[in-house]
Structure formats: structure tokens, C-alpha cells
Design a binder for this molecule. Structure first.
Ligand code: ATP
Length: 446
């Protein structure tokens, strides 16, 4: 039974990878040159999906809140930042090398290690591993124009530090008072030892993070911690992820970084096991006090109400945009007979509406459908056009990419100024007057 379930799940991953390539969600990076391991390019639909995920995150975490602002810091930073944050010394994964074939693996990924040993076993070979070494994940970058005088820095290994180094700038240029948060979305880079599982573990990826600054108080910090932990879990559920496929997992003592007072992950049940989607971390005063120590700048906050100066504590929520995109795709995939339906939440769907003329060779229908298309295009939602093949095929094609509504202009439309609106999930159709169509769809999407 378990084996059958696993096969089905393996299959799901293959189906998603293939659909993603075929329909323009995600392609292998630099494919025409043989690719570059651990890099992925988002196609027309994938970039819409990613954009929508980021937009929903920004709305929930910044725009709808009074206590959070956003920034966009640079990817390249003074290398001292990474000394202060502990990344140059401690941003490592344990690496082992197979002495037989010289492939390198993360020593703590037991399933992958076992799989490799089994591959050798099948060839009647023994696997011997080298001693575990610490491997730094930071990706180096050289900047400067004079050969021999270039400075080595890093492509940021996390977007977090761009926020902390700007703590004082944001404080001084806004009227925020603690507790408040600074949010950011942006790229991060890690020299992952074993990139894999499609986009799940990549070398270049995007993160969406909140650093929430609070007073240094044990009770208050745990109250805030629980608040953000639950809010983040609810975000995934509200955007349609099946709650049975989500869980919290507390970091074990071995995983917990020394400064973290609490750390839980939100995990998603993937075909390759329960995997981290987002981490919620209680970072204490680690970041600001380290930056104060290394930069010699005062990173404290003066609380007017109590006339006290302190280094704030930080609660962090740190999620991956690419992992979220992959998990939303996996969760949305469904098959009904020979129909594939990507049941993405309408807010995430790349296109909200597709407009078709019933027949592509009837100029009157095409003209009317173009009018409807143009009218909807001028709204707030993304609209696509399709006049290829028969109407059934067009519905299937839109279902497969998650378009929630299809609008068809037929002969009745010419007489009655109305159209058919078809729902992706129920396949039910209703007639709607063209003059009410924009409002009708806006209401459905809101
Ligand atoms: P893992 O244990 O899977 O390596 P992590 O605990 O190192 O992840 P964090 O440093 O907490 O991850 O990063 C926050 C988020 O950034 C993760 O929850 C994940 O969504 C995303 N992320 C981290 N590394 C990668 C990666 N290599 N590829 C894609 N997304 C990533």
C-alpha cells in the first residue's frame, strides 16, 4: 500500500515537472547550453504565479498592516556584514565525499546517502565515505575593475541581513515605534551541496521575510512568536493549500542555531516527504547586537514611554517564494478522468479569465470576443485569449494552467449581448450580460 502510494507520489512530481516545462511555468536554467545545476527559469505562467505569490505575501504582511514597512536592499553587501552575522564562520553544511565515485553529499541527508550506497550495492561495490567536512554555502563574488585588486564579497546567503543593517535608517526615516516589522522579498544564493527535487533546493532562489522588532521581554516575545507562527500558517491555508498537507515542526536541539530562542518550520507534505516551506525564528538580539559590535554603530532603540534604551529582539518569518510556488503547484494538481485541473486559488492563478470566440472562422464572433477581451484586459486582472481548436480543447487547456473562468462569445451573444462564463472547478456554465461581466468576474475573484 505504501509502495503504491509512493509510486503515485513520484509520478506526481514527474507530472508537475513536465507540465511546468510544457506550459511555460518553469524551465531548466540555461537549457540550450546543457543547463546549470540548481538554477531554474520561470516562463510566462511561472512568472505570473510567482508575482501573484509575492503580491499576496506583500499585501498580507505589509499593505494590510500598520506596523510593517517594506524595503528592498542590495544583493551585494560589505563582506563585514557576513562576518558579523556569523555566515563566514558558521554558514556551513556537513559534507562527505564518496571515495569510489567522488560525488559529494550532505552528511545529514540520510535518505540521499542511503540511496547512493544502494546504487553502489547494486553494482556489487562498497561505499566508503570521507570524514565529514564543514562546507561553507556562501557564493563568492569578486567586485572591482583592477585585476589583482578585486574585493571578494558574497551574493547574499539570506535576505535577512539587508534588513538588520537598515534598522536605524528605517527607524529614523519613519514614525514607527516598537513593536514594528520590516519586510523584504528578494533573491538569495547558496552553494548547496545537493541541489535537487526540482526547484525545492536551488542555488539561486527567492525569499520573503519579515523581521519583527520587539521589546526584550520573554513573555511578550513568546506571545509575538505564537502570533506570527499562526499567521503564517493561516496564509498558506487561505491561499488554498490543503491543511492536511501542512504541519508545524519544532527544530530539534541539534538543528537549533545557538542564538535562537525558538524555531519552528511550516512543512508541506511533498511526494519526497515532509519538507520545510518556511521558518519562524525567535532570533533574540543576535543580529542587531552583532552589527553594533562589528560596525561600532549604535543599533539600540530608545523607548520614549519608559525612557529606556535597549537592543530590540527579533521574530523572523522566512519563507521561500520558489518552494511556495512548487508546493502550490503540487497541491493544486488534480485529475478528473482525462482532464488535468490545476486548482490554484484564483488569486494565484496566472490568468484569471480566458476569452474565446466560439468559432475562429466567424469574423462577427471574433470581433465581439475581441471587444470583450479588450474590456476585461482594461480591468485589474490578467486575461488571455484563445481561438485555437475546438471549445472543449480550449477548456482543457485552460484547466491545466489553472484559469478559474472561461468566457465564450457565441451566436447568442450577437443577439443578446451576453456570454457564457464557465467555472474551472465545477465546469458549470452561466449566461452573463456583457455590461455586467467585469463586475461579475471581479466579484468572483474577490
Ligand atoms: P533547508 O533546511 O531546507 O536547507 P534552511 O533551514 O537552511 O532550509 P532558511 O535558512 O531558514 O532555510 O531559509 C528560509 C527559507 O528560504 C526556507 O524555508 C526555504 O523556503 C527557502 N530556502 C532556503 N534554502 C533554499 C534553497 N536552496 N532553495 C530554495 N529555497 C530555499
Amino acid at each position: 500500500m505504501i509502495a503504491a502510494e509512493n509510486r503515485k507520489q513520484d509520478n506526481l512530481m514527474e507530472k508537475i515537472v513536465s507540465l511546468a516545462k510544457r506550459r511555460g511555468f518553469i524551465y531548466p536554467g540555461s537549457e540550450i547550453y546543457g543547463g546549470l545545476k540548481g538554477t531554474w527559469d520561470y516562463g510566462p505562467l511561472g512568472s505570473e504565479l510567482k508575482f501573484n505569490i509575492k503580491q499576496e505575501w506583500w499585501k498580507a504582511m505589509v499593505r494590510e498592516r500598520e506596523d510593517v514597512v517594506g524595503i528592498s536592499a542590495s544583493i551585494l553587501m560589505n563582506p563585514k556584514v557576513w562576518e558579523a552575522s556569523g555566515h563566514t564562520a558558521g554558514f556551513t553544511d556537513p559534507l562527505v565525499e564518496c571515495k569510489t565515485c567522488h560525488q559529494r553529499f550532505r552528511a545529514d541527508q540520510e535518505d540521499i546517502i542511503k540511496e547512493h550506497e544502494n546504487q553502489h550495492k547494486e553494482k556489487k561495490e562498497k561505499t566508503e565515505w570521507t570524514e565529514e567536512k564543514k562546507f561553507n554555502l556562501l557564493v563568492e563574488a569578486k567586485i572591482g575593475v583592477i585585476e589583482g585588486e578585486k574585493n571578494t564579497t558574497y551574493l547574499r546567503g539570506e535576505i535577512t541581513q539587508g534588513v538588520h543593517v537598515n534598522f536605524k535608517n528605517v527607524l529614523n526615516s519613519s514614525r514607527l515605534k516598537i513593536p514594528f516589522g520590516i519586510a523584504q522579498i528578494g533573491k538569495a544564493f547558496r552553494n548547496e551541496i545537493t541541489p535537487g527535487n526540482f526547484t525545492y533546493r536551488s542555488i539561486e532562489f527567492e525569499q520573503m521575510e519579515l523581521q519583527y522588532y520587539i521589546e526584550p521581554d520573554e513573555n511578550e516575545s513568546m506571545r509575538q512568536y505564537e502570533f506570527w507562527k499562526n499567521l503564517r500558517m493561516d496564509w498558506y491555508k487561505k491561499l488554498g493549500i490543503n491543511p492536511d498537507n501542512l504541519r508545524f515542526r519544532e527544530h530539534t536541539k541539534d538543528e537549533l542555531v545557538h542564538y535562537a530562542r525558538a524555531a519552528w518550520d511550516i512543512e508541506y507534505k511533498t511526494p519526497f516527504g515532509w519538507k520545510e516551506c518556511e521558518g519562524i525564528h525567535h532570533r533574540g538580539d543576535w543580529d542587531l547586537s552583532r552589527h553594533q559590535q562589528f560596525s561600532k554603530e549604535d543599533m539600540s532603540y530608545f523607548d520614549e514611554a519608559i525612557k529606556e534604551k535597549f537592543i530590540p529582539w527579533v521574530i523572523e518569518t522566512s519563507g521561500g517564494v520558489d518552494r511556495a510556488a512548487l508546493f502550490f503547484l503540487l497541491d493544486a494538481y488534480s485529475e478528473e478522468n482525462d482532464r488535468v485541473i490545476l486548482k490554484l486559488h484564483p488569486k494565484l492563478a496566472p490568468y484569471k479569465v480566458a476569452v474565446f470566440p466560439l468559432l475562429a472562422n466567424k469574423p462577427q464572433l471574433v470581433e465581439k470576443a475581441r471587444e470583450v477581451y479588450k474590456m476585461l484586459k482594461a480591468g485589474n486582472f490578467n486575461v488571455t485569449w484563445d481561438d485555437r481548436g475546438n471549445i472543449g480543447k480550449r477548456y482543457y487547456s485552460q484547466d491545466e494552467i489553472g484559469t478559474p473562468y472561461c468566457v465564450t462569445v457565441d451566436f447568442e451573444s450577437l443577439e443578446n449581448d451576453d456570454v457564457t462564463v464557465r467555472d474551472r472547478d465545477t465546469a458549470k456554465q452561466e449566461r452573463v450580460k456583457i455590461k455586467k461581466l467585469k463586475d461579475c468576474i471581479s466579484n468572483k475573484l474577490s
